[in-house]
Design a protein around this ligand. Structure first.
Ligand SMILES: [Zn+2]
Length: 124
């Protein structure tokens, strides 16, 4: 793996950016992919291309949706509750626990209140 193939090095760099993966884990994954090129690389590349092309964030609720479909927040299903979460992972945890039935609003991150306070102070 260390024979300086630029494509492999780039792949290691990209995989290392994923949460929970460092360069060693990335190398193990890439080795697995290379050893199963037809069964894993091709389907993975196709899936990534489909997600890149067809999946977008809803500008209303922040959830993921198919580019050519109406988001669940605009569907006929009406709930009286809305759960505001920081990110998609939070929504998936709540969904998998099956403890909540309602709409979601995904913020896509949070602001550090201390940072904002510091910025406000600097404007004065
Ligand atoms: Zn939506």
């Amino acid at each position: 793996m260390d024979n300086n193939i630029p494509e492999i090095e780039e792949l290691i760099k990209q995989f290392s950016k994923l949460p929970g993966l460092g360069p060693k884990s990335a190398k193990r994954i890439i080795l697995k992919l290379i050893n199963n090129k037809e069964n894993m690389v091709k389907p993975l590349a196709q899936s990534l291309a489909k997600v890149y092309k067809n999946v977008v964030r809803c500008i209303e609720c922040g959830n993921l949706k198919m580019i050519d479909k109406v988001c669940i927040c605009s569907s006929d299903i009406k709930y009286e509750k809305i759960c505001v979460v920081e990110n998609l992972a939070d929504m998936w945890v709540i969904e998998s626990a099956n403890i909540y039935k309602g709409h979601y609003h995904i913020l896509g991150g949070t602001l550090n209140s201390n940072e904002n306070f510091e910025k406000k102070k600097s404007f004065n």
